[in-house]
Design a protein around this ligand. Structure first.
Ligand code: HEC
Length: 156
């Protein structure tokens, strides 16, 4: 009996925390669809983008986010990644840049946060590696979905 009541309170607390977390991140909508699909992954990727990337890379990925003028280096256009790589989306490279851990080892610092480290911890709690990698993959897939058509080859 006591145990049940305790469980109810614990559940209530968890639900409350969930609501609070929902308030802190208005873009976060829990997906009702439990089966992972490309659409769901893209939706998660877009939500992550809006929460973590839009402030610099802009709402449509072309740059011009509100923090961009504060940075010492220009913010690249993320819709021309494929166009700038001969028409092929450079997935491996994008994953590495977002992950960011190599860059830090190589140069000590970069304007863009090291997203692996950001995603690897939430409220002081370590997040499992698979979960961190899933977020990075979803972001890379979302970026793939916003690529502009590569420019047509120059005519005669
Ligand atoms: C504080 C501003 C800032 C935020 C926030 C930010 N970026 Fe960046 N990003 C940059 C800057 C500046 C560069 C170029 C220099 C560098 O690599 O640091 C860059 C480079 C990139 C590149 C490489 C682009 C190219 O042309 O090679 C990718 C991919 C990228 N960011 C993705 C993301 C993703 C995904 C997020 C969100 C998870 C994000 N960025 C959040 C500032 C930011």
């Amino acid at each position: 009996m006591i145990r049940n009541r305790f469980q109810r309170i614990a559940l209530g607390l968890l639900a409350g925390l969930g609501l609070l977390a929902g308030c802190a991140d208005p873009a976060a909508t829990p997906s009702p669809d439990a089966t992972p699909s490309l659409d769901a992954a893209l939706a998660d990727g877009e939500r992550l983008y809006r929460t973590h990337c839009m402030s610099c890379h802009g709402p449509d990925g072309t740059g011009g986010g509100e923090l961009a003028p504060e940075l010492a280096v220009p913010v690249p256009d993320l819709t021309t990644l494929a166009a700038r790589h001969g028409g092929t989306y450079p997935l491996e490279r994008v994953l590495r840049v977002i992950d960011g851990r190599d860059a830090v080892q190589a140069h000590g610092s970069r304007p863009m946060p090291v997203w692996w480290n950001v995603f690897a911890e939430e409220d002081g709690r370590p997040i499992p590696e698979e979960e961190v990698q899933r977020k990075i993959n979803e972001l890379a897939e979302y970026l793939r979905s916003i690529q502009v058509e590569p420019p047509a080859p120059a005519g005669p």
